[in-house]
Design a protein around this ligand. Sequence first.
Ligand code: LMR
Length: 348
Amino acid sequence: MIDRARIWLLIFMAVVFITTGCDRRGPDGEQVDPREKIVIKFSHVVAEDTPKGQAARRFARLVQERTGGRVEVQVFPNSVLYKDGEEMDALQQGAVQIIAPTTSKLSCLAPQWQLLDLPYLFENEEQVHQALDGEIGKKLFATLEPHNIHPLAFWDNGFKQMTNSKRPLVHPRDFAGLTFRVMINSQVLEEQFRSLGANATQMPFSDVYGALSRNQVDGQENTMSNIYSQRFYQVQPYMTVSNHGYMGYVVLTNATFWRSLPPDIREIIEKTLAEVTWWEREQAARLNDKNFRQIKESGKVHVHIQTEGERAEWQAALEPLYQKFRPIIGAELLDEAFRLKGSPAAGS
Ligand code: LMR
């Protein structure tokens, strides 16, 4: 005979699964015994020799030293544990304790995060840091509370460049008919390529090199350190240095886990992370410069450095995104970003 209680339980679990999307909760944590060793699994998707990879390792070493070995941070790079689309679930279920995804990937929890995907929102890193270390960062952090996620820090990756296998991308018309990989969860990024006449396909980071080398997509956008460390430059003969948009990380922990930690451990983690954040930001700038030189020296890529006039053409083609996403991102965040830039709000 069929067990009715089991059927109802299965239906209930299916409804929870379907309605929560990328928002799944883990079990409640208990306060950790102060004598117990604490293991923190830090999972990420990039190579070790990148700003995020190096900062994760530095954070792990310093926390271990400063807690006298009470806390061990185990770093899992290169999607070896979880890839894009899996790591957020793993965090919420308590399978890992820290992740540091690109902010775009949080749009499935709160669409406001797409603010940071808007092309030409920031002109330089100073503007980015002013926004993220100020009101904008605070407002974005607040969106994670209902999802049992505790945000810890913003780390840099850098400004994005365009690569592709077909032709130099100089004018917006050069994008016509090409297909670009975009990061998962961001409608803004999809729309960015559509506005330029191209197609967009969402894809986890770990699949990008394979898709580019098999010509399943024609191009992608990324920072110099990712283009270099993932060897995209070996299969993408054209690169435009466009700096058209910013790509950064948010370091996240599970809120239940965070509350379960002894206060002195939380304090050490917070202080260490603040220090590593400054180091990481410097490292990101340094690595992007170094990797750009290495890409040029490889002789494998035709590099086009965008002129001011070309930048203005791209910007004009992408301007309608501001209007389109204003209701989704929210006027408050957008207006705050423009106030920081000292220019009149776009899309209002
Ligand atoms: C990407 O998916 O291209 C990046 O978000 C990867 C990363 O974490 O830098």
